[in-house]
Design a binder for this molecule. Sequence first.
Ligand code: NAD
Length: 436
Amino acid sequence: MKLSFIGVGYVGLVTGACMAEMGHTVICADIDKKKIAKLRKGVMPIYELGLEELVARNVKAGRLSFTTSVRDAVMKSEVVFSAVGTPEDKKTGRADLRYVYAVAESFGKYLGKDFKILVNKSTVPVGTAEKVTKIIRKASGKKINFEVVSNPEFLREGAAIDDFLKPDRVVVGTSSEQARAIMEKVYQPLAKAGHPVMFTDVKSAEIIKYASNAFLATKITFANEIANLCELTGGNVKEVARGMGLDARIGNRFLLAGIGYGGSCFPKDVKALIQTAKDYDYNFRVVSAVDAVNTKQKMKPFEILKKRLKNLKGKKIVVWGLSFKPQTDDVREAPALYLIPAFLKAGAVVHAFDPVAEENAKIALAGQAVTFHDGAYNAVQDADALVIMTEWDEFRTIDFDKLKESMKGKLIIDGRNILDRAAVESTGFEYVGIGV
Ligand code: NAD
């Protein structure tokens, strides 16, 4: 089938390339000229394992191309996927839908006579498809043949290709048999491979995405609160989580306690769901509590440092890990973006290292006096304390002899509970985890 993706970010690029891998012909369009120029040269604008090879293979096969012309992309395809960002509106907590609406306008403007589908892949509040439909009608200036479908994306950065090609489920919300039949054809390769493709109504599909993300954020936050309780009562949250996770009704995933969730999805989606509920005069108490607890949890390393070092003025604090999770260069809403400014404000000297997220962190922390290093051990020279904020594998196997030679202090704060307390303490370092 001829498909196009408008918005070539983490979701648009990965899903577009995967659709090409499934045999479709895909045009990826973005208004960011630099991004498209890079992609045309085979340079990936994001870090995602396996993506470069996937893109190269499909470009070579003639199934994948890149353009800055949204017009071309709309006109040349049967199904148009909108995968633009829906960031948090920092004033209201709502999803900012301006990019989604801009795509709807373009779609309306460039639609021809043949029936065409606009698939919303972005995470958008319930009711957005209805608004988008109105925008398209207005932009087209004539009665036209189209449908807006909701097909939220569930891939995780760091495992995005596998998540798309081997999904737990695909959710598609349609309002006609015609659109359903076309979407069945789009996802036929995944359905044939045994992956559930669930069809539902548009509003339910829109809600499924927010409900899933809010539920996962709640599970993480529940584990974090159990960790906070373990700190007060004794007990080890890793053991508690293991014991809970063996119950098949609970499961062991998303029970790892730490310094809170970040990223481009959970924080904004949790906030947007709270606002959607408010719009309907409903107080979504559970999710509001999750948001409040997580905001506090992110700052735990700062509280620990204040308690242990008393005055942070002039103290050298080293941060390992800037991305919101490992295997990605995405720093959006990462705890590091909140903690580093707090350390600096308290007078600390901050040095940092991340295996891949340094460039994005430099942009996000522009104007903050952070010194970045190109190796984990280069960063720790004369450090008073080391704070692990992201669970990159290379931080799991620390060379403590090297660390001892370089660091001045002995304090290690393990914000992701990736180290073993006894093993760390046996080397003479002081260990602080989260609820362990
Ligand atoms: P992103 O910011 O990485 O990419 C968005 C892209 O859209 C950018 O390249 C931007 O230039 C482009 N764009 C904006 N307006 C445009 C327009 N009018 N025409 C063409 N291109 C335009 O965003 P993302 O992380 O890929 O997220 C996209 C959506 O998918 C969001 O709603 C997000 O919540 C959702 N989502 C993200 C993830 C994830 O892991 N990142 C997972 C599931 C769902």
